[in-house]
Design a protein around this ligand. Structure first.
Ligand SMILES: Cc1ncc(COP(=O)(O)O)c(C=O)c1O
Length: 381
């Protein structure tokens, strides 16, 4: 029997055909599929603008830049995230500041945000860990009081909902990732959605070397070839090939999401009474949806590494999300963070194990994982 990975893409013949069609067309890089993909995602979320990038990381970098993060500015985020979240602040010369996590949500502790705010705080970068939608109403109350910008790292949360609206509506800018283990894929890719037109324009400028051909902002026009570089941007452009794949995948998003939720339901039911593991939290609001990018259990009564190795022998491959960012050598050396700074995050890291979670899992795969976990849990302590 083939091993079951913790996550993987689901590509069908129609996805392949969509890419082949672009390969046969006149445009393979900056063609019409990019705007089409951006429009489709913006309409689905319910926002005015979407700007696609060649990765979620470059999208976050652009968002930090556009939010005005510069040398010495502080960005408050969670230590339980992928390094790309705080790194994007560092790219702009900013300093990542962490709150501990709230063990009930595994997202940043909202109660600790106000204490972390200083005169140089610019941005709150809230992460929807595993697809759990962070409580944006509460974060909004704080940012309004202190005039801060919210960037939501929703790499895990395309299709998540809270209080009846999609993740992506409430923050100033929200980032989605289209890496293959995410809800839909473009190979590598990412996107920022926003209602703010100025932000959207600046994001587009940053994505393409800071170069503009907009006659309204050019300082002069030498001829039809003329362009100007107004800010130091990057080549963070996504391609038409990727967006054709994204559009084709996007048609299946709801199917993918409901399968993820179905698998989570089966896992919850099977694991809720196992004494040595704790199932992931669910959002407390009735009109909400957890997008279940991951299914992170906590090994509260057994050794996580032993469980991981035991499951691996049974062909069930798992992952750990995440090593707390403040314990990465880069952050300890350059920003002075250390062990013990965020105890809930560190405890979570010691216990966390992400079980296989991807829509292409068959019922047989799901049952294999359930049987293996139930059996392995008896044998590890
Ligand atoms: C929470 C989080 N933020 C940011 C990223 C970066 O996204 P990408 O891999 O598309 O650059 C990831 C990717 O794994 C992520 O999980």
């Amino acid at each position: 029997m083939d091993p079951i990975p913790y996550g993987r893409q689901w590509l069908d013949e129609d996805d392949i055909q969509a890419v082949v069609n672009v390969l046969k067309s006149d445009w393979i890089t900056q063609g019409p599929k990019i705007e089409e993909f951006e429009r489709a995602v913006a309409d689905y979320i319910g926002v005015k603008h979407a700007v696609a990038f060649n990765s979620g990381t470059s999208a976050l970098h652009a968002a930090m830049y556009v939010a005005g993060v510069r040398h010495g500015d502080e960005v408050i985020t969670s230590p339980i995230t992928f390094v790309a979240t705080p790194n994007s602040a560092v790219y702009c010369g900013g300093k990542p500041v962490f709150t501990d996590i709230d063990p009930d949500t595994i997202c940043m502790s909202i109660d600790q945000i106000e204490d972390a705010i200083t005169k140089t705080t610019k941005v709150i970068a809230a992460v929807d860990m595993a697809g759990y939608p962070v409580d944006m109403r509460k974060i909004n109350e704080i940012t309004e009081k202190h005039d801060l910008i919210i960037i939501e790292d929703a790499a895990h949360a395309l299709g998540s909902e809270r209080y009846g609206t999609k993740v992506g509506v409430e923050a100033d800018m929200t980032m989605f990732s289209f890496h293959p283990v995410k809800h839909i894929t473009t190979g590598e890719g990412g996107m920022i959605v926003t209602d703010n037109e100025t932000f959207a324009e600046k994001l587009r400028l940053f994505r393409s070397h800071g170069i503009t051909k907009d006659p309204h902002v050019l300082t002069r026009i030498d001829g039809p070839w003329y362009y100007e570089m107004h800010v130091l941007g990057f080549n963070y452009r996504i391609t038409d090939l990727q967006c054709a794949l994204g559009l084709s995948q996007f048609k299946k998003l709801e199917k993918f999401l409901s399968r993820r939720c179905e698998i989570a339901g089966a896992y919850d039911k099977a694991f809720q009474d196992i004494p040595n593991i704790l199932i992931p939290p669910r959002p407390p609001w009735s009109n909400s949806r957890h997008a279940f990018h991951l299914y992170p259990v906590r090994c509260t009564g057994c050794d996580r590494k032993e469980l991981m190795l035991n499951l691996r022998e049974r062909g069930i491959l798992t992952q750990v999300h995440y090593i707390p960012v403040h314990l990465q050598p880069f952050y300890m050396t350059n920003f002075g963070y250390g062990r013990g700074d965020y105890p809930h995050a560190e405890k979570f890291y010691e216990q966390e194990l992400s079980l296989p979670m991807f829509p292409r899992m068959t019922d047989e795969d799901v049952n294999r994982v359930i049987d293996a976990v139930c059996d392995a849990c008896k044998g590890v302590s």
